[in-house]
Design a protein around this ligand. Structure first.
Ligand code: PLP
Length: 449
């Protein structure tokens, strides 16, 4: 019988993928990484530093994936790495309470404290740490059902909240990339408990509450949608969600797994000023950045709601690795390093890249629009910014594959799907930006072909 362990590390992406295909489904551990929608062999990364990642062949790329969000300060930021080393030296995990968990919760809550002129209320009073964004949203829904005693969940088409059963109906991200409606393995009874409506659609929201208002436990929304490409809420839409839910005794769950500490909650972008977010949300989920690049996420809200969780309340939730000491240390280092100047830098870097790519596409006559939510952005191959999933899908998606591969050939790594947001970091300096802009014209030519 063939043995798999050869003791030799692959030195080409093709060899790495070939071996991966033999031992993991599709050769990957998360579907979008497989390059299915852009074609070709996935790049296997060996290291990352600052704005750059390097593959097993030694090719360096300017990275606009940013670990899908966590790499706010760039890859292997010295303060985050030092925090990880120090924590590792004290032990990898204890399965018991540890002070680092408390410190991270304090940091998160302090960053979300309302400034002068806001309501007295501090909506995020307590935080439960979990290991993934999926767990955070899954727990938020269970908690909303436990708190209200109601069964139904309202979600928006094209929003992605992780891969738990209740949340895969018409989800964005990999579900959009693979062009499938949901997932096999979810019972019709479970699917029927989630009502999916179009995003940014006041009439659909009113209709769903008119029809089912007294059975709806919660509405869940991405604070600014970014898993069908970037589609921010219309002005006032998040506030309308809170008001409508509350008028019917339902809760609002604001999913800030991607946006939190990057573009909306505490991202110094100002959406929370404009929309009353996340402070009018009853529950808020976080992930990605608050773990500093390691598996950690969280669920926050008012104490009266969070105290319904075990061990105080009847809503069960637990985790062997929850609040892992290394992950809380890297998360804390990341948050400590993310001051207002970081967000100012992100904004400038993202604008320079987005505007430069847009100019190159325009010069090649490619119809497109760059959509923004703070420093998060994505390019749609259509004339105007979409407001919902149907519009996001109504674009010249076939242009993205050639665009993506031309970028890769010129040393720029984009998310391998037209439906994903692009991320810059505090480490994207002029040299990195210039390298992206140098790739802009050839990539635009590839998209035009
Ligand atoms: N919610 C949002 C808005 C996300 O973007 C994601 C992941 O991209 C999740 C939840 C799920 O997080 P995780 O992949 O850590 O389970």
């Amino acid at each position: 019988m063939t043995r798999f362990v050869s003791g030799r590390t692959p030195t080409t992406n093709a060899e790495a993928f070939e071996r991966a295909l033999l031992v993991t489904p599709g050769g990957v551990n998360s579907p979008v990484r497989a390059f299915r929608s852009v074609g070709g062999t996935p790049v296997f990364l060996a290291s990352g530093r600052g704005p750059y990642v390097t593959d097993v062949e030694g090719t360096e790329y300017v990275d606009l994936v940013g670990q899908w969000g966590p790499a706010l300060l760039g890859h292997a930021h010295p303060s985050v790495i030092a925090a990880a080393h120090a924590a590792v030296d004290r032990g990898l995990g204890f399965g018991a309470a540890s002070t680092g968990e408390v410190e991270l919760a304090e940091l998160v809550l302090d960053r979300l404290t309302l400034g002068e002129g806001h309501a007295e209320r501090r909506a995020i009073e307590k935080l439960r740490l979990v290991s993934t964004g999926t767990e955070a949203t899954m727990t938020a829904i269970r908690l909303a059902r436990g708190a209200t005693g109601r069964p139904l969940l309202v979600k928006f088409a094209g929003h992605y909240h992780g891969h738990s059963d209740a949340l895969l109906s018409e989800a964005g991200s990999g579900i959009a990339t693979l062009g499938i409606p949901g997932s096999a393995g979810i019972t019709p009874e479970t699917a029927a408990q989630t009502v999916v409506i179009p995003y940014n659609d006041e009439a659909a929201l009113a209709a769903v509450f008119a029809a089912h208002g007294d059975r709806i436990a919660a509405v869940i929304t991405e604070a600014a949608a970014a898993n069908m490409g970037v589609v921010p809420p219309k002005p006032g839409f998040n506030r309308l969600l809170a008001d409508t839910a509350h008028a019917h005794g339902a809760l609002l769950i604001s999913d800030e797994v991607m946006t939190g500490f990057r573009s909306t909650a505490a991202g110094w972008w100002g959406l929370e000023e404009r929309e009353g977010m996340p402070y009018d949300a009853d529950l808020t989920t976080f992930g990605k950045i608050i773990g500093g690049g390691l598996p950690l996420a969280g669920l926050g809200g008012r104490a009266e709601l969070l105290d319904l969780l075990a061990p105080l309340g009847p809503v069960y939730q637990a985790g062997t690795l929850s609040g892992n000491p290394v992950a809380v240390a890297t998360g804390a280092a990341m948050l400590r390093g993310a001051g207002p100047e970081v967000y100012e830098h992100l904004r400038r870097a993202a604008r320079a890249i987005g505007d430069g790519l847009s100019a190159a596409l325009a010069a090649e006559g490619v119809e497109h629009i760059v959509a923004w939510a703070g420093s998060q952005f994505s390019i749609f191959f259509r004339a105007d910014a979409p407001q919902n999933y149907a519009e996001a899908q109504d674009q010249a998606t076939w242009r993205f594959g050639p665009y993506f591969h031309a970028m890769l050939e010129h040393g720029v790594s984009l998310p391998p799907s037209v439906y994903e947001a692009w991320f810059v970091s505090a480490a994207h300096d002029d040299a990195a930006i210039d390298r992206v802009l140098a790739a802009a014209r050839p990539a635009a030519r590839a998209a035009a072909a």
